[in-house]
Every structure is written in structure tokens, then in C-alpha cells.
Ligand binder design. Structure first.
Ligand code: GDP
Ligand code: GDP
Length: 444
């Protein structure tokens, strides 16, 4: 491998979609695969989990798991509907973990998904779930008839068989992802995200109106022509999943699910997200969910308040209050007030995006960091807890993109104190436009 290929192999994790009809145990299996690892992450307390994709690894292979479990309606759906949703997930994936309920056996809905799987040509690993003990294993072997290769009997609930399943899965994973082209260098990858009707496609058209070139050939892999290269204020950017933005699927049932899945996929593939919010309407829960997703995924962020042409003085006052109330968590993100309709401030997006990327890529030397931590600890020590006073002993920046810090401490830290340290870190080093992740390792 060349150096560039090695770098690419390290940065592009293949994407695995976990599909199957409702209630077969997809979410349970995803939790099983993520295991303890997710549970011990304590860096963002109190943030609601709306993500559908998670970093996973097995036997030293890293991959991204897309859990479609929470998103397909629990009510018994028509098989066509489920197949359609599976199709979407499969399109976004490099490999598929197809889950069947071995206790129930095959249903029409399973068969419908199998048809989609066959057509996709993507590698499939078949999990026969709910094989909680040997007695159900015979039923699992009847799944050979699907023609998808060996069925792996597992119990997502108890963990039985999951090791063999994962061994089989990592065997079929491609070395790098074709759906997450993460090329080294090149124009920065920007995702335009936001709930329906906020003006994403209008903004895209405005940005892409002058020039348009579809990106379809990345490092020799064939990918859907879903991205576009655009020049904003003289600088090239690569807009992620523009096909998704242009494709209007409003009437179809499950369109919310599509929109959400596509949003998640776009966030994952991006380096920086422009979160578009309709400034003429009250900020909604859906807006906040998207902001949370970007933060949790660890991407740089710019907030674009669109439809500024529809706002007046009074609306500005209300918006100010809403920002004060609901967007405090993300006040590190630069904002631009734009109108995709008139073009107002649209070229300011480039500057904001670059600012956020700079914050995202910031590295702080261990020396500087510890000098700073020493000052904090001296001036604002952690409150005494149960007669003990936990102290930060040492810190290091484990990585950037986004800045991620590990604090080694003499005891458990209050979440409030960790937030205080984050605030101080931001005051000192900036990180504007970027989430900052802090992990605490307490000495036992
Ligand atoms: P999803 O809709 O496919 O994501 O399914 P869930 O993960 O929500 O699981 C549906 C139900 O099946 C839940 O009640 C789970 O506890 C149960 N379940 C999942 N895996 C197993 C298993 O391996 N054995 C048994 N007995 N139940 C399971
Ligand atoms: P999307 O669903 O987020 O892609 O939103 P669209 O780009 O389809 O926009 C939804 C509606 O809002 C359309 O009728 C647009 O013409 C309108 N719209 C988008 N941007 C603006 C804007 O800046 N000002 C005004 N007044 N309308 C806008």
C-alpha cells in the first residue's frame, strides 16, 4: 500500500447496516455488538441519543454500525414498506447484517427484504436471532433455504453466538468504505442538514448555480453521484449527499425515516455541517435533534439562520430569546443569517465553515495544556466530595477533528466541573465551531 492508501484505510471505516423486519432484535443486537464500550463513554452527559450510527470494532477491525431498529415503525408494516426502508439502509452500506427471528421463522416481510438484498449485490451476513438455547438451533438451520449462506445462530439478548457472527461479518467487510469516501486532502466535505422546508435545496441551488460538477469517481471506487463540488467565495468545497437534498420524498410513508437516515449518513461523511434553521419560525425540537446529532458525531458546525428576508425586528427579538434558551449548548458554533432566496450573506458561509474547521483541527501541546490545567486546579479546585477532593493530575489531547481530551484524575469528577473545564478550555484555546470531547480517567 502507498502512504496515501494507508492513510485512507485508517480513516475510512466500512459501513454495516443492520436490517430486518420490526421486533427481530436489531437494536438489541446492535447494543450487544457495541457492548460495554458505549456504556462507559461519559463525556456528554444528558444528551439524548438520536443517533442511528455507531463506531464499532471487532478483532481490530473498525466499522460503522447503522441501526435501523428504532426507525422502522413497530406496528406491523406492509412488506413493501419494510423492503423500501431496507433498500435505503442497504444503499448507504458496504455490508449488511440481516437479522431474522429464528423462533418465528420466515415471514413474507423477511422474504421481501431478501429480494432487496439479492438485488443489491452487497455482502450479507445472516443472523438467526433469539436462539437462546440449543433447542432453537434446528430452526436456525432451516434458514439456509434463503440462499444467503450460513445462518449464524445468536441470542442478542444473552450474547450467545455473537462472536462467530462478528467473525463472519469482519470477513466480508471491504477494506475501506465506498459509501464513506474519506479521501485524504481535497476539498473539505460539507453537509447541509436541517429539517424539511428550512431551505436546504434552495441554499444548495444558490451555492451550485454558478458551477456544477458531480463527484463520482473517488480514488478508483465507484460511488453514487451524490456529491457536488462547489466554489464558495473562491474556495472549493465538496457538498455531501446533494442527491438526497434534491430528492424530494415528501408523500411516501416512511419519508421521515429516509430523511433522518440520510441526514445521519451525511453527518457521518462530513467534516463540517451547515445546520440550516428557518429563522422565520420558532426553533423546534427537530432542529435541536439535528444539532445534537452533529455534536455527538463530533463534526464541526455552522448554524445558518435562513429566510432572514421574512424576519422583522420583532422576530429578531424572539429569535434572540429562543437562542438564549435553547441553543446555549451550541453557542460555540458560528452563526450566519442568510437568505437562500435573495442570496443575502450566502458567501459568508465559506468563512464560517473555515473558522469551524480550524477550531475542529486545533491541537494543543501537552505542555501548554498542563500549564493551563495547573492554573485551573489552583484557582478553581474541584469541590470536596465525601471528605475527598478529586484533582486533575494530568491531561492530554488524545486527538483532534474534534479536539478530544483525556483528563487523568485522582477521583470521579462532577459533570458540572467537567463542563467548567470545557468552558475554560474554550476560553483559552478557542475551538470555535467544534465540539470538544472530554474523557475522565479516574485513578482507582
Ligand atoms: P428491533 O425492532 O428489530 O430493533 O427489535 P428489538 O431489538 O427492539 O427487540 C424486539 C424484542 O425482542 C425485544 O423485546 C427484545 O428484548 C427481544 N429480543 C431481542 N433479542 C432477543 C434474543 O436473542 N432472545 C430473546 N428471547 N428475545 C430477544
Ligand atoms: P428544504 O426542504 O430544506 O430543501 O427546503 P426548500 O429549499 O425546498 O425550501 C422550502 C420552501 O422555503 C420553498 O418554498 C423555498 O422557496 C422557501 N425558501 C427557501 N429559502 C428561503 C429564503 O431564504 N427566504 C424565503 N422567503 N423563502 C425561502
Amino acid at each position: 500500500m502507498t502512504i496515501a492508501e494507508t492513510a485512507q484505510a485508517q480513516s475510512t471505516r466500512p459501513v454495516v447496516a443492520v436490517v430486518g423486519r420490526p421486533n427481530v432484535g436489531k437494536s438489541t443486537l446492535v447494543n450487544r455488538i457495541l457492548g460495554r464500550r458505549e456504556a462507559v463513554v461519559q463525556d456528554t452527559p444528558g444528551v439524548t441519543r438520536d443517533r442511528v450510527s455507531y463506531d464499532a470494532n471487532w478483532a481490530g477491525r473498525e466499522f460503522v454500525l447503522v441501526d435501523t431498529g428504532g426507525w422502522i415503525a413497530k406496528a406491523e408494516g406492509m412488506s413493501a414498506h419494510i423492503a423500501e426502508q431496507a433498500e435505503m439502509a442497504i444503499q448507504l452500506a458496504d455490508a449488511v447484517l440481516f437479522v431474522v427471528d429464528a423462533k418465528v421463522g420466515l415471514t413474507d416481510e423477511d422474504e421481501a427484504v431478501v429480494k432487496v438484498l439479492r438485488r443489491s449485490g452487497k455482502p450479507v451476513v445472516l443472523a438467526a436471532n433469539k436462539v437462546d438455547d440449543e433447542r432453537v438451533e434446528a430452526e436456525a438451520s432451516s434458514l439456509w433455504q434463503l440462499g444467503l449462506g450460513e445462518p449464524y445462530p445468536v441470542s442478542a439478548l444473552h450474547g450467545r453466538g455473537s462472536g462467530d457472527l462478528l467473525d463472519a461479518l469482519v470477513k466480508v467487510l471491504p477494506k475501506t468504505s465506498a459509501v464513506e469516501p474519506d479521501e485524504v486532502g481535497g476539498p473539505h466535505r460539507v453537509a447541509i442538514v436541517g429539517k424539511p422546508n428550512v431551505g436546504k435545496s434552495s441554499l444548495l441551488n444558490r451555492l451550485a448555480s454558478a458551477q456544477r460538477s458531480v463527484v463520482s469517481d473517488v480514488s478508483g471506487t465507484t460511488v453514487d453521484p451524490v456529491d457536488e463540488l462547489v466554489t464558495i467565495a473562491g474556495e472549493p468545497f465538496r457538498l455531501i449527499d446533494t442527491a438526497g437534498i434534491r430528492k424530494r420524498v415528501k408523500e411516501a410513508s416512511g419519508s421521515e425515516y429516509y430523511a433522518w437516515l440520510r441526514t445521519q449518513a451525511a453527518i457521518e461523511r462530513s467534516e463540517v455541517c451547515v445546520v440550516v434553521i428557518d429563522a422565520s419560525e420558532p426553533i423546534s425540537d427537530q432542529d435541536l435533534k439535528i444539532l445534537s446529532s452533529v455534536e455527538e458525531a463530533g463534526r464541526a458546525m455552522v448554524v445558518a439562520f435562513n429566510k432572514w428576508d421574512l424576519t422583522d425586528e420583532e422576530r429578531h427579538r424572539y429569535l434572540g430569546r429562543e437562542i438564549e434558551q435553547d441553543l446555549q449548548t451550541w453557542k460555540w458554533a458560528p452563526t450566519v443569517n442568510i437568505s437562500a432566496l435573495t442570496g443575502r450573506n450566502v458567501d459568508k458561509i465559506a468563512k464560517a465553515v473555515n473558522k469551524s474547521l480550524a477550531g475542529w483541527e486545533t491541537r494543543v501541546s501537552t505542555g501548554k495544556l498542563n500549564a493551563f490545567l495547573g492554573r485551573i486546579v489552583a484557582a478553581n479546585p474541584h469541590p470536596v466530595r465525601g471528605g475527598k477532593q478529586p484533582r486533575i493530575l494530568f491531561g492530554t489531547q488524545a486527538q483532534n477533528r474534534p479536539p478530544t481530551f483525556i483528563l487523568f484524575t485522582s477521583g470521579l469528577m462532577d459533570a458540572g466541573y467537567v463542563r467548567f473545564v470545557e468552558r475554560k478550555l474554550r476560553e483559552e484555546f478557542g475551538f470555535e465551531g467544534s465540539p470538544v470531547h472530554i474523557q475522565v480517567r479516574a485513578r482507582a
